[in-house]
Design a protein around this ligand. Structure first.
Ligand code: FES
Length: 105
């Protein structure tokens, strides 16, 4: 288990214990996080799982791969330096305490 916080544009937050091995997108759907849709089921085809990783966590979350990097140009909300597609982040103990922002278009 790892505790993850999704921070909305209005400042509200959803914090939940999530299962290791699930993606951050799946964890968001499990916890009814607004604006995370995961339309393609995590197959890097939709960009509806966009999050912006908090500065303190960007090293642990890593950088997007080439395909993810290309798809990040198609997000509804403008891409930011810490943007990631949350279907490509797998939850582990290392991410316990993770904070991500959910951007609005
Ligand atoms: S769920 Fe479709 S790209 Fe992440």
């Amino acid at each position: 288990m790892a505790t993850v916080t999704w921070r909305m544009a209005d400042g509200s937050e959803i914090t939940a214990d999530v299962i290791n091995g699930n993606t951050l997108m799946e964890s968001a759907l499990d916890n009814d996080v607004p604006r995370i849709f995961g339309d393609c089921g995590g197959s890097l085809a939709c960009a509806t799982c966009h999050v912006v990783v908090d500065d303190a966590w960007i090293d642990k979350c890593g950088s997007p791969g080439e395909e993810e990097n290309d798809l990040l140009e198609m997000t509804d909300a403008p891409r930011q330096p810490n943007s990631r597609l949350s279907c490509q982040i797998v939850v582990s103990e290392d991410l316990d305490g993770l904070v991500v922002n959910v951007p609005e278009p």
